[in-house]
Write a protein that binds this ligand. Structure first.
Ligand code: DLZ
Ligand code: SF4
Length: 509
């Protein structure tokens, strides 16, 4: 007798997934489906679609090898429907059961679709995280501010990572102070580990190429890991070769070195090929054995057990309307330069060009280049959110939306960020080598050739003065503005208006 249908989604590729743990290998049927709705609800980068589909196919093989019965739908199957619920209904009919066991998806859209389908659904918590949603709510309840730093300390205590008899190793919770160094071009730095596509991946690449010919992004060369053993090799490679410099250079940007010391492991972690604790234990071990400095290990672990878990907690706590928040009332359309149209701003050209090629950019490129510009220019945060969700291989809504809507665009009114992450061109000039190759001058504050970040920075602050003037961390910038010579202030605002006009008129900026 057939038991239940066990749903495994494209970002749930973990053998210890709660739905698989709960299921009965002898009676239940695993349902995995490549469907158009998931590939198209935002125009995903072709590399991301290929990653998910190839990893799904490899995972289905692994499950079969492990004795599971898997009903797998390929995107070009003639009988395939368009959606996850459509495929569940089709399998329900085929196997004569509407009982579905699922691990809760990472996106409200899909949770709601499953709950509204005529199925007998059992949803289990996704416990591949360190902090359960109940635990997060208990931590958040009654707090005036939900600061990541305090949440992170709880997670350090809970996991025992880098702890020394109840105290943080090295006497401090956070070594970020040491982590803000610009980087020099270093020919000896290793690249992230790249994998040659096997036959399964090649078949997926052909499928993606013909099915999504006009999506933004380069499909080839495709080098991502698509299995757990490969992802573990990527972790090993990172831990040995790149982690030691991760702390110092994690905020640096170099035109000819796209990955620097970044691990790119979020790509594998977020589809379930690696687990957060497996990564963090390895990082901790490298530090314990004296191969990496404390600021590198602590900085990395903070991203995984701090930021990542905190973002997920906020996403589910805030509810399905989170992605439509727009506290600052921004409504400008996302400029075509985000989809690769020409721009004279070298920092944006580099960040977007890298995104097009790799489906990856690191946190400072996302926050302080593309994010910073979108915020300064007053772009509709929903459009910004959809862009990030589409173009990054590690982007799923539970992690992307709080990062973009909250942290980067300040559209949630300050739940995540205590002040907007905005800066003039100075920050980019300090942390990168982009400005040396730019048509604009970062040193120039007004007039022809002035860096648009310099102009828009002040314009943004002036536009939103009422909102931010009372923020104690922003008082000094408003005082600087007020002390500025009036002719200069006029010139700044005129220059900014010109940039925004140009954007609106579709002229190259
Ligand atoms: C991102 C993605 C894509 C491109 N394709 C599929 C798919 O065909 N089948 C599937 O099960 N999952 C896919 N995914 C991942 C889902 O979009 C993801 O599970 C939800 O957005 C929840 O995070
Ligand atoms: Fe970017 Fe301004 Fe530097 Fe050009 S000058 S790269 S626009 S920060």
């Amino acid at each position: 007798m057939v038991g239940r249908l066990v749903l495994v989604l494209g970002d749930q590729l973990s053998p210890d997934l709660s739905a698989l743990r709960e299921a009965d290998k002898d009676r239940d049927i695993v349902v995995m489906a490549e469907v158009m709705d998931e590939a198209r609800y935002v125009p995903h980068h072709p590399k991301k679609i290929a990653l998910v589909l190839s990893a799904m196919r490899h995972f289905a093989e692994e499950l079969r090898g492990d004795g599971w019965q898997v009903a797998y739908t390929k995107m070009d199957d003639a009988a395939a429907t368009r959606s996850i619920t459509g495929e569940l209904m089709r399998r329900a009919e085929e196997h004569g059961t509407t009982d579905v066991l699922a691990t809760r998806p990472g996106e409200w859209r899909l949770i709601e679709a499953l709950e509204n389908a005529p199925l007998k659904l059992t949803q289990l918590p996704d416990d591949r995280f360190i902090c359960s949603l109940d635990e997060f709510d208990a931590w958040a309840e009654g707090r005036k501010e939900l600061r990541m730093e305090y949440f992170y300390r709880e997670m350090r205590r809970k996991t025992g990572l880098m702890m020394d008899e109840g105290n943080p190793a090295g006497g401090k919770w956070n070594f970020d102070h040491d982590n803000r160094k610009p980087a020099k071009t270093d020919l000896l730095r290793a690249d992230p580990m790249a994998f040659t596509p096997d036959d399964i991946t090649e078949e997926v690449l052909d499928l993606v190429e013909t099915t999504f010919p006009s999506n933004f992004g380069a499909l080839r060369p495709f080098w991502f890991a698509v299995t757990r053993p490969q992802a573990r090799r990527a972790l090993d490679h990172f831990a040995k070769h790149l982690l030691p410099g991760f702390g110092d250079y994690q905020d640096a940007m170099l035109q000819d070195d796209r990955f620097l010391h970044h691990s790119i492991l979020s790509v594998y972690l977020n589809i379930g090929l690696l687990s957060p604790m497996e990564i963090c234990r390895r990082v901790e071990k490298e530090w314990q054995e004296g191969r990496v400095p404390i600021n590198a290990a602590e900085g990395y672990i903070r991203q995984v057990i701090g930021w990542r878990e905190y973002m997920r907690g906020i996403y589910f706590r805030e509810g399905p309307d989170y992605t439509s928040r727009n506290t600052l009332g921004h409504d400008r359309a996302l400029p075509p330069l985000y989809w690769g149209a020409e721009t004279k701003m070298n920092c944006l050209a580099q960040a977007v060009g890298q995104t097009r090629d790799e489906a990856y950019a690191h946190h400072i490129q996302r926050l302080m280049v593309t994010g910073n510009f979108a915020l300064l220019a007053g772009i509709d945060p929903a459009e910004v959110h959809e862009w990030y969700l589409a173009v990054y291989a590690d982007a799923y809504e539970w992690v992307e939306a709080p990062n973009v809507i909250g942290m980067s665009q300040f559209a949630d009114g300050g739940i995540i960020a205590s002040k907007p992450y905005v800066s003039s061109g100075n920050y980019i000039a300090k942390m990168s080598d982009y400005c040396g190759n730019c048509a604009y001058s970062v040193k120039q504050k007004t007039g022809e050739g002035a860096c648009p970040f310099n102009l828009l920075y002040w314009d943004f602050l002036v536009r939103h003065r009422e909102q931010f003037a009372r923020n104690p961390r922003m008082g000094p910038v408003f005082r600087t503005w007020d002390k500025m010579d009036e002719t200069r202030r006029d010139a700044v605002l005129k220059g900014a208006a010109q940039v925004l006009d140009d954007l609106d008129a579709g002229r190259t900026v």
